[in-house]
Design a protein around this ligand. Sequence first.
Ligand code: IPM
Ligand code: MN
Length: 354
Amino acid sequence: MSDRKQIALIGGDGVGREVVAVGRRVLEALARARGLPIELTDYDLGADRFLRDGVSFPEDVARALRERTDAVLLGALGDPRVPDMRHARDILFGLRFGLDLFANVRPVVCLHDRLMPLAGRTARDCRFVVFRENTEGAYVGAGGRIRQGTPDEIAITEIVQTRRGVERIVRAAFDYARARGLRRVHLADKHNAMPHAHGLWRDTFAEVARDYPDVGAEHMFMDALMCRVVLDPGAFEVIVTSNLLGDLLTDLGAALQGGMGMAASANLHPGRVSMFEPVHGSAPDLAGRDLANPFATVLSVGMMLTYLGWPDEEARLVGLVREGIELGRCTPDVGGSLGTRAVGDWLVEQLACA
Ligand code: IPM
Ligand code: MN
């Protein structure tokens, strides 16, 4: 068995393939220039394969990822030829649920003043991280539709929270804050409207907070918190929240970082294979046009490298992305004029002169 770290690459659909191609080149460049012991394996998953042979997330791939992989880089899923998104859910949730990746860690860090959309604020005013619960909530698929297509139709989506599930993500958020000497963790929920599912969040958060007397514990309702995030993003360091609310908050967060092309994420189960993906989708309208911003993927690769034990390499990639923005070596969405591939060329050049 090789002692190199095993990294799986899944481009998926649309621009996902283009940005993961850049991620691959960055990883190869790091392996060459810095001797990182890694081995890359591509997995052909996505709409093309689903439409070709009906396979979305086969068991042999799931097993290979579980048993022989250290980290997965995922591009994006979603293709207009599969309007019900079945394959996308099978693959994305197959990874998140199947690998029990309970912590969706989404940094909301603005890397350059030019990207900051809020008047009177600078990049330094926006650096917090969202811990989004990733295996429960509104995403578990509990519910159904009956009397479909009739005026009496009923549709139910259940929100499912378990004490164990809430506790582990809340602890992950507090552990993160403590390890970095941060002052506070905010819980964002809607227990005013959803006293059962979100009452469990409120109670569990209060209990766990007692184990972290060195870290402040604050509560805000998510609607009020989103308002405050726009008015004063510097008020936040770590925000922990449920699956659906975290999904909504992190698109707003992406806007504060320069758009969807800048937002990175990690889907973690500490100690096990974990998955890293840009927050953006497959953007079918941009696909095949060499327009997609690869920086969210490069930053996600950075998070992967820290997870694998190489934080200096993440710092290097973050520095390069910041420099790319500064010098205009970037795609049009963040003020440059380069294509996706040319940004990749520039990154590889920079990494070669390590
Ligand atoms: C995300 C995406 C997914 C989610 C979609 C594609 C199901 O929006 O990763 O943020 O809601 O989790
Ligand atoms: Mn989303």
